[in-house]
Design a protein. Structure first.
Length: 262
């Protein structure tokens, strides 16, 4: 299906976009995970990447970061190639991709966010620990600094990984399913922290699966199912028509009435 007519025309400017991809194509074997995707995320905003399972949402983030190779396409971060702007990005991976049996304390995990600043053998100083403690405090985890990461609940682990991103003070934060498997209190806490980043003129891009929370949480949305199906401000791009095209007509009418205008 060619979804190009669903695309709004008022896209953010590529040069000022915290993350812009053009013609992004990724393949696992002979099956394309993404095909010629264009996306331009706006600055100082919270953006969601939405689509069905297997649509390429997480692959888009990983390809943009260079974690998985791309067959074709370009990626720019604030108008610069990824290689020159990597230090401006913080990344929160899916919880399921992390080895939680690794023997590390909460404080150690957060300090890993300063690796680019400290280097491989850099000495952790009091100022670095203070920054890590402040990041933990922002996510409500300061009292757990000495706890082994594997001893925490899923929601607590997610908060710690958000703290690791916060300590970097990055201009762009990318999150892969940050609300998957967490309790409602943790989700509210994470949303509140992400909104403080937006208030500080920083950009947030998150892979997201809960359609019902998109309108209240995000400003901008990319709907993807291997191809880009629609993109733009939530008020204009997150429509019943675009969602049905993205999900192949599998969404119930009652569900659409709850989350998107007709």
């Amino acid at each position: 299906m060619d979804a190009r007519p669903l695309l709004p025309s008022n896209e953010p400017d590529v040069a000022s976009s915290p993350l812009a991809v053009r013609g992004l194509t990724v393949s696992y074997g002979e099956k394309p995970a993404l095909f010629s995707v264009d996306a331009t995320f706006p600055p100082a905003a919270m953006s969601a990447i939405v689509g069905p399972n297997g649509a390429g949402k997480s692959t888009l983030l990983k390809a943009a970061l260079g974690i998985v190779p791309r067959l074709s396409g370009t990626v720019t971060v604030f108008g610069e190639p990824l290689a020159r702007a990597r230090s401006r990005i913080a990344y929160v991976p899916q919880r399921a991709s992390v080895d939680w049996d690794f023997p590390a304390r909460v404080m150690d995990v957060v300090l890993m966010g300063l690796y680019g600043e400290l280097g491989f053998l850099g000495r952790v100083k009091a100022q670095h620990r203070a920054r890590a403690t402040d990041a933990l405090d922002r996510v409500g985890m300061a009292d757990f600094a000495d706890r082994q990461i594997g001893q925490l609940s899923g929601g607590q682990q997610q908060r710690v990984f958000l703290a690791r991103a916060l300590v970097q003070d990055a201009a762009l934060t990318l999150l892969d399913e940050p609300f998957a498997g967490v309790d409602a209190a943790t989700e509210r806490a994470i949303v509140a922290v992400l909104k403080t980043l937006k208030a500080d003129e920083k950009a947030v891009v998150a892979v997201h699966h809960d359609l019902s929370t998109v309108p209240d949480t995000f400003d901008h949305v990319l709907l993807v199912n291997v191809r880009r199906m629609a993109e733009g401000p939530v008020a204009t791009a997150f429509t019943a028509e675009a969602l049905q095209a993205t999900y192949g007509g599998r969404l119930a009418v009652a569900q659409l009435d709850r989350v998107a205008p007709r």
